[in-house]
Design a protein around this ligand. Sequence first.
Ligand SMILES: *Cc1c(COP(=O)(O)O)cnc(C)c1O
Ligand code: SF4
Length: 369
Amino acid sequence: MTKSFKKIFFPNVDLKYWNDWKWQLKNAVRTVGNLSEFLNLQSDEIERISKVQTLYPFVISPYYLSLINPKDNNDPVRKQVVPDIKEIEIVSKNSDADPLAEKEKMPVEGLIHRYPDRVVILVTNNCAVNCRHCNRKRNWRENETALNIKESINYLKSNSEIREVILSGGDPLLLKTEKLKNLLDEIYSVDHIKVVRIGSRVPVTLPMRITDELCEMLKRFPSIWLNTQFNHPNEITFESETACRKIQYAGIPVSNQSVLLKGINNTSEIMKILCQRLQEIKVRPYYLFQCDRVSGTEHFWTPVKTGVNIIEKMTGHTGGLCVPRFVIDLPGGEGKASFSPKNIIEHKNSMYKIKTYRGKIVNYEDVGD
Ligand SMILES: *Cc1c(COP(=O)(O)O)cnc(C)c1O
Ligand code: SF4
């Protein structure tokens, strides 16, 4: 948080409250009138945001709002959470409310089974911020769905090939600790479930949610992993770093899935700084996602070559642990596919011509099997 932000806008709020995630959620900014107090919006912008909001509402935690430089309309944090008229103005024939056909892959409402050994369970529709690029923004106006825990657990029980459960949403860490604990107890009661992965942006958008109580609860379970979503170096702050460290101290590895976003992080320079900073806080860059073809996100889309070039410019030039895999979740629910830089230039019999990270072409002779 920028200290001046709190001093200006919440001068009389005790730090104890500012650092309380429930206070943050209660005071999250959800109306354009409220937002304009913070960002000094002009009347035409207020009008545009109001229009977008009827279709795609916004939510911004005061903490995340404090990362925005109010003088910069192109601020990378601002662009992720402040509605843009392009969300409703650009209507592309290539976009869809649900391009990954998630609804078709749900044997139980809220449970997506696309790959053989792992499923996703959507546990809530709520988030600490509504990311404008969210691939489930279609759900924002839906009422909170009741969790089908019983049915989901029965599904897990009767499908012994499933070994990993991914909790998603919405943001699973917006559930009360007690509720999450009960859910984890149920999931781990199924013998063949070995791993639970939590997908949560809370370390980035509401780091105070990572309380001692939450970590104490999580650390009792055998194998929990956390995937978060840092998209820009400005999001790595004292608070978000502390949140990641606390999760790590609880024995939970933290990985990162960035979304490639035009005007925010679509250069190798920014991505390299982001991923190096992530490595420094021991958060492993796992995936760099092509922005999904979701209606209302067209203005963030980049061509495939942008992602491939970013990975090519990072590979070898910085440590391998800083380089994520560039993947595209294929429309129609075909699954994620890697789009890697091409480095096999030629392959004849046992001879390979390989391009090194410096661009030099080198021969590599294979062995027989
Ligand atoms: C992304 C995703 C997963 C996880 O895929 P990994 O490649 O293991 O990260 C699982 N199920 C669904 C439906 C997904 O979209
Ligand atoms: S935190 Fe995740 S689910 Fe929530 S709005 Fe952002 S991208 Fe969507």
